[in-house]
Every structure is written in structure tokens, then in C-alpha cells.
Write a protein that binds this ligand. Structure first.
Ligand code: ADP
Length: 470
């Protein structure tokens, strides 16, 4: 693909330059040739007509009377001048050696002039401008002869030729520079594509740390920039995934190890008394409950991660809160924690009932778990025109400020031992936050003034129906 792209670039550069050079080598030359021909035509025609009118006065032309009339002809600089009678016989020739005097000539120009027309022909050949001009000599409306002039000009021709050579040399140099430059440029261009392709390939093979550094400020740099930010995202997602898998395996390993230890003890202790066996089996049951809680939570999170949003339906919030509070009332009583529930303003949101129940349940259960006997948990439903707000407030042990930012991370616990003791998985708040965000809401944790914590969930309000009173 590489070499291909590079040669395509080079060939197109070179083709364009060759076209320009061909134009540069032909057009000016054609124009100058044309100019020379035109100036030759004017000068030669006027000389010939001057000579023709000088001869008109002679009446009848003969070798004797023509020669003196043409006495100034040699000084005109014209290569050869001929004068003929009406039959085409030469009466005067400026050429001394090989003179055609007395012979008949049938040059097309002379034949045409004897018919009464002015003629001019010019050509550029053999490195010279050759111009031929002829005019009739007319006396009393009779053609009494013709004057013919022939000019062979090498001077202007050599000028033109040297110009041609110079252009050719410039073109060769330009072409050489362009070839080198186009190869270099296309190489630089394709090298940058190569860097990008290399980075993509490395990433495909699992090296998420790859970044493409192509330099510059053009479209390729833009693509590389996009690739790099994509790589950033992939890398952080990949890191989160790894951390999650590692944490999850670790969390699953602990209860499994407990179960193995307990069952090994039962199997290896001979004559273990029945009450100890019962106690161990009870522990085993607890550990397996923990395992199933963790796997349930993990499944829930994986489902949220998969991005498959289950169809939402309008859900009234107060019945959900009441149900969660009802389910937890007994636990709260056991712990000596007072559980209150207030509805300032009810509301309907677009979500799934089960998901919202989980959110309220997790937050309320935490408020009870991380509390002291005599403490309270207050669940309040309020909000404004746009949002429904669920606040879960407790005056329990609270969350240290430095832990607050990480509280919604998966498997994050402030006090691992305490969480374990209450059967926590460390996934409750992660599920809350993922669920709420999935439904377009927000959740925040804050320290309560005077101790304890406040969790605030805000969800877009679907309608204002069912608004309660303060
Ligand atoms: P867990 O299953 O451990 O309760 P969560 O994700 O629900 O997991 O909570 C994470 C951690 O946040 C808990 O282990 C606990 O340390 C802390 N936490 C959550 N809610 C409260 C609260 N209301 N008061 C004090 N600490 C809390």
C-alpha cells in the first residue's frame, strides 16, 4: 500500500510539472517565431514594393535598363533579388556566382506575381528563417515583370535557438529538482501514514499504550490526534476492565477460600461433634450467600456495562421508596436505627421499577449499616419542575472527605472489615451510580453537617402529577 501511495503521489507531481514544462518550451517559441515572421513580412514587402515602383517607370524591362535601376539593391541586405520579364526570364540577379541571368525561373512566388498578385512565404528550417516575397511590376495596367526577394536569416534564428536551448536547460534542471522533491515529499507524507498505520496495528495487537506522533498541523495530524484520543479512551476502558476483573476474582476468591477451609476442617477432623459441624455448615452457607450476592451484583453491573438499556416505563417514586423502607424496617429496628420516610413532592420518572427499587434499597441499607444504635436514616422525596430528588440522609459513622470521590468506584470500601461484616460487596454504590446515570440522572455523596452522610439522587421528572404536600 505504501509504495503504491508514494508512487501515485510522485507520478502525479511529475506529470503536472512535465505538462507545464512542455508548455513553457513550446508556447514562447511559437509566439516569437510568429513575431519574427511578421516583421520580416513588413520589411520584405515594403522593400519589394519600393523596387517594383522604381521599375514601373522603365515601361519595358530589359537586362540593360533594369541593372542601373536596381543599383541600390545590394545595400538592402536582402540575400537575393531577382527581376524577371513577363515570361519569367531573369533580367537581374544579385547573386554573382551561379547567377541565373537569362534563364527562366518558375518559383511559385514569381509565377503568382506575374499573375498580378503580391506574395509572401516564410518558413523556419535548417536553422534559418527563409522568407520569400514577390510583387508584379505594373506599367499602365500591364504586368511588365516581377521582383522577387529571398532572405536567408540565421541571426534571429540562432537567437531563437539559444533561447530554446536555455529553456530546455532550465526545464531539465526544474524536472530534476521536481523529481527529487516529489520523491522526498511523498516519502515524508507516506512515512507519516506509515507511523499512523503502525500505531493502529500495534493497538490491534493489544498494545493500548501506543500513540501516533506524526507531527505537523494538517489533516494527517488531525487523524492522528483523533486516533490518540481514541487510544486514550480505549486504554482507560481497558485498565478499568482489568482492574474490575482482578477485583472481582479477588472478591470471589475470599468466600471460596473460606468455604474450602471450613469443608476441609469438617472432612479432616474425625469425630467432630455435631454442634461444631452445624456451626461450620452455617458459616459455609453464609459464605455461599455472599458469593451469590457478589455474582448477582456483578451480573447487574455487566448488564449496565453492556449498554443494553432495558425499555423504560413511567414509574411513580413514592411507592418505591415506601416498599424499600418497609423491607428494611426490621433490619433498622434490629440495629437500633430509626427509619423515617417523607414525601414532599411525589413524581414520575422514566425508568424501570426494579432498578429504582435497587437504588433506594442500596442507599437506605447503607445508611442503616454504617450507623450507630440510636442513629437515624431519613429518606426524602422532593424536587422541582424538572427533576425528582431522592435524599437519603443518616447521622451514622460518615465518610471521610478523602474517600468521598471514590465512594462510587467498584469494590471501593472505606472500611473493608466493617463492610464484610455486614455482608457488603462493595458494588452497591457502583450499581446505584450506573443505574441513575443510565436514566439521565445524577447521584452525589456529601458529608452531613454534624456527622453522617447525605446521598442525593436526581432524576428527570416525567410529569408533575401526584405532587405531594410538604
Ligand atoms: P458495601 O457493599 O461495602 O456497602 P457500597 O458500594 O454500598 O458497598 O458502599 C461502598 C462503601 O462506602 C462502603 O463500604 C462504606 O465504606 C461506604 N459507605 C456507603 N454508604 C455509607 C454511609 N451511608 N455512611 C458511611 N459510609 C458509607
Amino acid at each position: 500500500m505504501h509504495a503504491n501511495l508514494q508512487s501515485k503521489f510522485s507520478i502525479s507531481y511529475i506529470a503536472v510539472i512535465i505538462a507545464v514544462l512542455v508548455l513553457m518550451n513550446t508556447y514562447p517559441l511559437t509566439v516569437s517565431e510568429d513575431l519574427v515572421f511578421r516583421s520580416k513580412e513588413t520589411t520584405l514587402k515594403s522593400s519589394v514594393s519600393v523596387m517594383a515602383s522604381a521599375l514601373t517607370g522603365l515601361g519595358e524591362l530589359s537586362e540593360e535598363n533594369v541593372a542601373p535601376a536596381m543599383s541600390g539593391a545590394e545595400e538592402t541586405g536582402i540575400s537575393r533579388i531577382l527581376v524577371t520579364d513577363p515570361a519569367g526570364r531573369i533580367l537581374y540577379d544579385t547573386r554573382e556566382t551561379d547567377s541565373a541571368l537569362g534563364r527562366y525561373v518558375f518559383y511559385t512566388e514569381i509565377v503568382e506575381a506575374l499573375r498580378g498578385n503580391d506574395v509572401f512565404n516564410a518558413a523556419f528550417s535548417d536553422g534559418a528563417f527563409q522568407s520569400r516575397c514577390a510583387a508584379p511590376v505594373i506599367y499602365r495596367s500591364q504586368t511588365i515583370g516581377a521582383v522577387y526577394a529571398y532572405e536567408y536569416d540565421t541571426e534571429q534564428a540562432s537567437l531563437l535557438r539559444s533561447m530554446q536551448n536555455t529553456l530546455l536547460r532550465i526545464s531539465e534542471a526544474v524536472l530534476a529538482i521536481v523529481i527529487v522533491l516529489s520523491l522526498l515529499l511523498s516519502r515524508i507524507l507516506t512515512r507519516r501514514f506509515g507511523v499512523l498505520a503502525g500505531a493502529i496495528r500495534q493497538m490491534r495487537e493489544g498494545d493500548y499504550g501506543q500513540r501516533a506522533d506524526v507531527g505537523g498541523h494538517d489533516e494527517i495530524a488531525d487523524i492522528a490526534g483523533e486516533f490518540n484520543s481514541l487510544a486514550d479512551r480505549l486504554q482507560s476502558t481497558e485498565e478499568a476492565r482489568r482492574r474490575f476483573v482482578a477485583d472481582a476474582s479477588h472478591e470471589l476468591k475470599t468466600p471460596l477460600a473460606g468455604i474450602r477451609l471450613l469443608s476441609d476442617s469438617i472432612l479432616q477432623t474425625e469425630n467432630m461433634d455435631a454442634s461444631t459441624v452445624r456451626e461450620f455448615v452455617g458459616d459455609i452457607e453464609q459464605e455461599s450467600e455472599r458469593l451469590s450476592r457478589i455474582t448477582e451484583d456483578l451480573l447487574r453491573l455487566t448488564k449496565l456495562d453492556s449498554g443494553a438499556v432495558e425499555p423504560a416505563e413511567p414509574v411513580a417514586l413514592s411507592p418505591i421508596i415506601e416498599r424499600a423502607v418497609r423491607m428494611l424496617r426490621l433490619v433498622a429496628e434490629e440495629r437500633g436505627v430509626e427509619l423515617r420516610c417523607e414525601t414532599e413532592r411525589d413524581g414520575v420518572v422514566l425508568a424501570r421499577e426494579d432498578d429504582l427499587h435497587q437504588v433506594v434499597y442500596n442507599l437506605t441499607e447503607n445508611g442503616i449499616k454504617y450507623n450507630r444504635p440510636g442513629g437515624y436514616v431519613r429518606v426524602r422525596l422532593s424536587g422541582d419542575e424538572n427533576n425528582c430528588v431522592i435524599t437519603v440522609e443518616d447521622n451514622g459513622i460518615g465518610i471521610p472527605d478523602e474517600d468521598l470521590p471514590r465512594i462510587f468506584d467498584r469494590f471501593y470500601r472505606v472500611d473493608k472489615m466493617r463492610s464484610r461484616a455486614y455482608g457488603g460487596t462493595g458494588l452497591g454504590l457502583a450499581i446505584v451510580s450506573d443505574t441513575v446515570r443510565r436514566r439521565g440522572g445524577t447521584v452525589e455523596a456529601a458529608a452531613r453537617e454534624g456527622g453522617g452522610s447525605v446521598f442525593t439522587v436526581s432524576l428527570p421528572r416525567l410529569s408533575t402529577e401526584g405532587g405531594g404536600t410538604a
